[in-house]
Design a protein around this ligand. Structure first.
Ligand SMILES: [Zn+2]
Length: 117
C-alpha cells in the first residue's frame, strides 16, 4: 500500500464511521492524520465558512513506512465529540460507491427527493 492509498483508506474508514479525518502532516515516510475537529477555531466567521467548530479533538493516527510496508498506529483513538452530522458538506464524502449510486438511481426512479436520499 502506498502512502496515498493508506490516506484514502483511513479517510474512507473515517467516513464509514461518521468522522472526517484529514491529513495533518505528510512526509515521505510518515503520515499524520487527525480529526477535522482538532485544533481550535480561529473565529466565528471561520466556523461559519467551514461549517464546523474545531474543538481540540485529540484523535490522531500516525502512519509510517518501516522500509518494507506502511504501518498505522492509533496514537489517540478517541474523539471528544459525536459523529459528523453534515458529511454531505465534504467533497469526498459526497462521492458515491457504485452500489450507492445504483441505490440513488432506484430512489430517484421512485421520485424520492434528493435531500432525503
Ligand atoms: Zn474527532
Amino acid at each position: 500500500m502506498t502512502r496515498e492509498e493508506l490516506e484514502l483508506w483511513v479517510k474512507k474508514r473515517g467516513i464509514d464511521n461518521g468522522y472526517v479525518i484529514v491529513v495533518k502532516r505528510s512526509k515521505n515516510k510518515s503520515l499524520w492524520l487527525h480529526c477535522h475537529r482538532s485544533g481550535e477555531s480561529k473565529s466565528i466567521a471561520t466556523q461559519r465558512k467551514t461549517g464546523s467548530k474545531k474543538i481540540k479533538c485529540p484523535f490522531l493516527l500516525i502512519g509510517f513506512y518501516d522500509g518494507n510496508a506502511w504501518k498505522l498506529e492509533a496514537t489517540n483513538p478517541e474523539h471528544n465529540h459525536g459523529l459528523a452530522q453534515h458529511l454531505e458538506g465534504y467533497a469526498y464524502a459526497r462521492r458515491l460507491s457504485e452500489s450507492e449510486y445504483r441505490l440513488v438511481e432506484q430512489l430517484s426512479a421512485q421520485d424520492m427527493e434528493a435531500r432525503k436520499m
